[in-house]
Write a protein that binds this ligand. Structure first.
Ligand code: IPD
Ligand code: CA
Length: 303
């Protein structure tokens, strides 16, 4: 007996549509930043939220809820909470109710500073697995999307675009990481040491784009070779995880998580390490394990 993959076309169409509408709001606000209302989350100068983040998230949930009233909704700014008691994904990651996981503005610091890596990230997650992903950067007019089993696309063109460069070792890799918003030594120290160890391996170059979702999409398209970060939330990575997987890349946790005998990417574990598609699968696996070997676990509360 074969199991049929559900038809996710309506979900993708809805996510693309509201991502573009939200993107238009973000685009306008990006070019009129003098009137931005900025708040500090947790009184932390490195963790910002704006009224645009909140308004856009509410608009996205309103659109999705109208079309999929029985689904669950989880977002970075918690605007779904009023209509839905569930604000965390982790408690429900394995049940059958499809969950929309949304980051209205991934790259909020970039948005505030006028650095153009800013994206709306919308994922549909079923039993802990992202099955639809849309990451839309309205400033640079780049829209990544994927549906499980159907490949990944940038502005409707399949990614990665051939030819695939070989990736024999980190010495020929352009890699990316981020430091997150925690500035405590117990969090920042291990991250800086890991970066030092990986770059001195040596690696060819390192970038920090300020948006986990877009960074993973840049790995998917092959512009970056690998990325790791601790501290990410499910809404930062859910959409990009299906895009990168569908683009033939590897998406993993810092340590493997086994579910029912198979290794799966745990969206709620607060970490990610990923590598782009390579001409031979063994190359990507070897780079992934090489990076993992240099990472010291950083403890975060699960989503
Ligand atoms: C952040 C960005 C950043 C990553 C942080 C995220 P936000 O999301 O994705 O690149 O380093 O871990 O929290 O706050 O801009 O939505
Ligand atoms: Ca985010």
């Amino acid at each position: 007996m074969t199991t049929q993959t559900p038809d996710y076309a309506p979900h993708l169409a809805s996510a693309l549509s509201i991502a573009r509408t939200a993107g238009a709001t973000i685009h306008t606000a990006f070019h009129n930043r003098t009137s931005l209302h900025i708040d500090l989350k947790n009184a932390n100068d490195a963790d910002l939220v704006t009224q645009v983040d909140r308004n856009v998230e509410a608009a996205i949930f309103s659109h999705l809820r109208a079309q999929f009233p029985s689904h669950r909704f989880v977002g970075e700014e918690g605007t779904a909470a009023a209509g839905d008691a569930h604000t965390g994904l982790g408690d429900h990651a394995e049940d059958d109710t499809p969950t929309w996981v949304v980051d209205p503005v991934d790259g909020t610091t970039n948005f505030v500073h006028g650095f153009p890596f800013v994206a709306v990230s919308i994922a549909l997650v079923v039993r802990g697995i992202p099955v639809v992903g849309v990451v839309h950067n309205p400033v640079m007019n780049e829209t990544f999307h994927a549906v499980i089993g159907q490949g990944a696309f940038l502005n409707d063109v399949p990614i990665p675009t051939p030819p695939l460069r070989p990736l024999a070792s980190l010495a020929s890799a352009l890699i990316a990481t981020e430091y997150g918003s925690d500035r405590g030594e117990e969090i920042l120290g291990p991250k800086v040491h890991a970066l030092h160890d990986i770059v001195s391996s040596p690696a060819r170059g390192v970038r920090s784009l300020g948006s986990a979702a877009l960074t993973m999409c840049y790995v998917a398209r092959g512009a970056l070779d690998a990325y790791w970060e601790a501290g990410v939330h499910a809404w930062d990575v859910a959409a990009a995880a299906v895009i990168l997987t569908e683009a033939g890349g590897l998406v993993a946790n810092w340590k493997d998580v086994n579910a029912g005998g198979a290794v799966k990417y745990d969206l709620c574990a607060r970490n990610v390490v990923c590598v782009r598609k390579t001409p031979e699968g063994a190359q990507a696996r070897s780079i992934l394990e090489g990076i993992r070997g240099k990472l010291t676990p950083v403890e975060y509360t699960r989503d």
